[in-house]
Design a protein around this ligand. Structure first.
Ligand SMILES: [Zn+2]
Length: 382
């Protein structure tokens, strides 16, 4: 039996509007195209927004870590501090990768969990936002996610397993079509990795886009066999800004005489430093230090515009955003600069996300946070 329509939404991490145009990506198959405002932050902010239609201000995911000594799930680790010496051993990439796995299992986290470069001594001061698998039923606690909403509406859907590779996810989607599913949310993440590494290498980017195009065409052809019409839409979360320089904020703040955990807290993401002030002196010392760095503290108006303003200041009392292309190195996320990074001002030409479809797009979709309702509206029409 053929469906009337199969609806496919393919998420491609970091498929920015600029790269889509520079490479004329899938112009023939998906002629309806739009530049989309990215969700301020990183994929860890955008994915929960895409999967729920809620903003970081509402769902509470901005950076992976936040300074929250009272709520840190890692407090018990402090007693094992003697175990994590010497620091040079525990800071090795491979060791941290394995330790992340052990901690993930120990704490029963089902979401994406990586320690990155977060110092082990700092863990007892921080909370981690993605403890749960956002893609599955009940994955966002009291917020209904895509899985919950489609289930409630009785849609015959398939949502990817984010642990799988792009090829595995596309294959699983094709199998789901064979089994009669007619709404698919397919997740792919490897384009992001290629761009972090090789954003300026046109040949490498093109090769990767060609690879994705093959997956898209195969999935499209499969759907055509099982439906009279296929509605195919690609969505992305942000673009990728080439490296323009680095700054060492961590060292300057560490040398200020302020004591972490007593005077202030901070999370160093790759493109922003989120400060938590525990006294007024810390606020003025840090304001002075930050004057020399290329960037600015976000105003309340900017936080509201970027949909990250929270009165409880969970994301930091003040957020210092670096100018486009300038990375914080070292940060809690890494010790070396990457050729490309996202998480800069959404207005930067490299920041915009992209929406590509074979069907006309409604006017009202302008921001990553608009995808969710669009997907639900399309699902309701099946
Ligand atoms: Zn990325």
């Amino acid at each position: 039996m053929k469906h009337k329509t199969i609806e496919i939404f393919l998420f491609i991490d970091a498929l920015g509007w600029k790269i889509v145009n520079d490479h004329h990506f899938l112009t023939g198959l998906l002629p309806h195209r739009r530049r989309i405002d990215m969700q301020f932050g990183y994929s860890c902010s955008a994915i929960p927004t895409i999967l729920s239609g809620k903003t970081p201000a509402e769902h509470g995911h901005l950076g992976l870590f936040r300074f929250a000594p009272e709520e840190s799930p890692f407090k018990s680790l402090a007693r094992l501090a003697w175990l994590f010496k010497p620091a040079s051993f525990w800071n090795r990439g491979r060791v941290r990768h394995h330790l992340s796995k052990v901690l993930k299992k120990f704490y029963g986290f089902t979401g994406y969990f990586q320690l990155y470069r977060m110092p082990l001594w700092k863990l007892k001061f921080v909370d981690y936002c993605e403890k749960r698998n956002l893609f599955v039923a009940g994955g966002m606690e009291n917020i209904a996610n895509l899985h919950d909403t489609l289930s409630k509406k009785g849609v015959n859907f398939h949502i990817s397993d984010w642990h799988l590779s792009d090829a595995e996810n596309c294959l699983a989607a094709e199998k789901a079509i064979e089994k009669g599913k007619n709404f698919l949310f397919v997740y792919t993440a490897s384009f992001d990795g290629v761009l972090h590494d090789r954003v300026g290498d046109d040949k490498a980017v093109k090769e990767k886009l060609d690879e994705i195009q093959k997956l898209v065409e195969s999935l499209y052809r499969k759907a055509e066999k099982y439906a009279e019409s296929v509605q195919f839409t690609i969505i992305s979360d942000h673009g990728m800004t080439p490296l323009a320089g680095t700054v060492d904020i961590m060292d300057k703040v560490a040398q200020s005489g302020l004591v972490f955990g007593k005077d202030y807290g901070v999370c160093y993401d790759s493109t922003m430093a989120r400060f938590y002030y525990l006294n007024d002196n810390a606020r003025s010392v840090i304001a002075e230090i930050m004057k020399e760095f290329p960037g600015h503290f976000l105003s309340k108006e900017e936080e509201l515009k970027y949909r990250i303003y929270r009165s409880d200041r969970a994301f930091g009392d003040e957020i210092f955003l670096l100018d486009a292309g300038i990375q914080i190195v070292p940060s809690d996320m890494g010790g070396i600069p990457l050729n490309g990074m996202h998480g800069f001002a959404p207005e930067n030409e490299h920041s915009f996300a992209a929406l590509l479809s074979n069907r006309e797009l409604p006017e009202k979709i302008e921001h990553v946070a608009d995808y969710f309702n669009f997907m639900i509206e399309r699902a309701e029409k099946l």
